[in-house]
Design a protein around this ligand. Structure first.
Ligand SMILES: CC(=O)[C@@H](O)[C@H](O)COP(=O)(O)O
Length: 256
């Protein structure tokens, strides 16, 4: 079976799903179900950790069925991200953490310096670190040198639905990778998932394109199929592009 690992954890599904922005919790639950995602991410800041029995936006989900990937969304400095991560660990959420240190509220693009700093600290503290980063191949390499367990380059700005903007950068990151590469953020359509996987990514993380689709449940299924199709296409090995035509039914050997 085509399984993959992040740190010590093994998975079948290569689609990671965010849990925010759904119109209601019933839709969220159905979308998560049909997506067959095994890893769910959520902003720690949105949980009431002081009072875990208060209603929360994950309450419809049977969390025992999933690997939880708390994220540090809302952090603008390495210190904030580290503090949020420690809070999540202390609350027994999981030892996996998605490091997100944002540099600018308009673009929501990561702050590369803060992202690297926070990742280094959390690796040293024993977290399984998945880092959301710019699609910068050199930063991706530095993060791997720091010991992160997965690198998550953005396809385009969070929530933008623009799909993959710098395909070449993603290629460089994937070619150089020693840990799983998960394309995260900016996915707009199933074709974007397929493209990311065809490029050789190990997985795709998305949220907005499903949560805000006209039919989130149908879109969740479509994204799952996009990821699966792209993965199979990658494993099958696509043909090289040629400048000129080559007939599908060769005429050579045909009776005149
Ligand atoms: C939920 C989460 O982690 C987001 O910050 C993530 O990056 C997804 O981005 P999209 O909403 O653009 O899919």
């Amino acid at each position: 079976m085509d399984t993959w690992k992040i740190g010590p954890y093994e998975f079948r599904s290569r689609l990671l799903l965010g849990t925010g922005k759904f119109a209601d919790l019933e839709t969220q639950g159905k979308a998560v179900d049909v997506s067959e995602a095994e890893i769910l991410t959520f902003a720690i800041r949105r949980l009431n950790l002081e009072n875990p029995h208060e209603p929360n936006f994950l309450e419809q989900l049977d969390l025992k069925k999933f690997t939880l990937l708390p994220n540090t969304a809302g952090a603008y400095t390495a210190e904030e991200a580290v503090r949020i991560a420690r809070l999540a660990k202390a609350s027994g959420l999981c030892d996996m953490i998605k490091v997100e240190v944002i540099g600018d509220p308009k673009t929501l693009l990561p702050d590369p310096i803060g992202t690297l700093e926070a990742s280094k600290i959390l690796v040293e503290e024993g977290f399984i670190v998945l880092t959301y980063t710019n699609d910068d191949p050199i930063l991706a390499r530095r993060l791997q040198e720091a010991g992160v367990h997965a690198v998550m380059p953005g396809a385009s700005p969070i929530g933008s639905g623009q799909g993959i903007v710098h395909e070449n950068n993603l290629r460089f990151i994937i070619e150089d990778a020693k840990v799983p590469i998960i394309v995260d953020a900016g996915i707009g359509a199933p074709a974007d998932c397929a493209k990311a996987m065809e490029l050789g990514a190990d997985g795709v993380l998305l949220n907005t394109a499903v949560a805000l689709a006209d039919n989130p449940v149908l879109m969740a299924e479509a994204m799952k199929l996009g990821v699966e199709a792209g993965r199979k296409g990658f494993l099958a090995g696509r043909i090289a592009k040629k400048r000129y035509a080559s007939a599908s039914s060769p005429t050579e050997g045909m009776i005149e």
